[in-house]
Design a protein around this ligand. Structure first.
Ligand code: GLP
Length: 243
């Protein structure tokens, strides 16, 4: 794992955006695995800025998002499809027909997951997977568990995640209790992985992820076994590690 230290959130966002834009420049028809949450917002802003300056061109890029709440429509302003449209896709020249997010409205969970695994396979594989980190070590919505689940699956969100994500909803009762998420195997098959972490509240979990035991109780700890992981974290998030 390569750990890059950033001064603050803005610096983290620019350093991570640099890695993504380098990927697009080196391989214009690359497949990007994209993430939601607060952490990547600054990265997307930076990429939009560089797109406006004609430094990065999304016209041949395919994107595959990690996850989606079960039951939310693309028009729901809390859905991850809506998040991606408003935070990135609407502002750059990506072909929306090549942007993929699990279908939150598919009631048949098995079908939703099978369809998504097929999309990932047909893309030819993810070149660069962007990941945020949940406070409990989750990646995508792979919550702490007894086992690593390999492929896209329907997950019951933990109380901790519901609590953390309620800030985006009118009330905690509005937070969906389930989500469709890529599995750990889907994530580990990406050629390169870029993890972004910001804030002192992520310091202890980041330490566990990087130097603790590899266990499904801390899903992101499996990243220790991937051969090409870059973590870009700000000083506050690196506070528990001696770097
Ligand atoms: C959500 C997403 C994750 C994300 C995590 C952390 O639960 N499903 O993909 O990494 O939250 O979010 P934040 O960046 O807001 O801390």
């Amino acid at each position: 794992m390569i750990i890059k230290k950033a001064k603050n959130y803005q610096d983290m966002s620019r350093k991570a955006a640099n890695i993504i834009s380098a990927q697009i420049i080196m391989k214009p028809d690359c497949v990007l695995g994209l993430a939601t949450g607060s952490t990547p917002i600054g990265i997307y802003r930076q990429l939009i800025d560089w797109y406006n300056k004609e430094d990065v061109d999304f016209s041949r890029v395919t994107s595959i998002n990690l996850d989606e709440y079960r039951g939310l429509s693309p028009e729901n302003d809390q859905s991850y499809r809506y998040f991606m449209n408003t935070n990135l896709f609407d502002h750059v020249n990506i072909d929306k027909s090549r942007t993929f997010v699990p279908d939150g409205l598919e009631p048949d969970a098995q079908k939703a997951c099978d369809d998504y695994n097929r999309i990932i396979a047909q893309s030819g594989g993810i070149d660069l997977q962007l990941l945020g980190l949940g406070h409990n070590g989750h990646i995508g919505f792979n919550e702490p568990s007894d086992v690593f689940i390999k492929e896209t699956h329907c997950v019951d969100l933990t109380e901790r995640t519901i609590e953390a994500n309620k800030r985006f909803f009118a009330s905690e009762a509005d937070v969906p209790r389930q989500a469709y998420t890529m599995g750990i195997g889907n994530i580990m098959q990406a050629k390169k992985i870029l993890v972004v972490v910001s804030g002192a509240d992520k310091a202890s979990i980041l330490k566990e992820v990087v130097s603790g035991p590899i266990t499904p109780a801390v899903p992101a700890s499996i990243l220790q076994l991937h051969s090409d992981v870059t973590i870009v974290a700000d000083e506050a998030a690196l506070g528990a590690l001696e770097i």
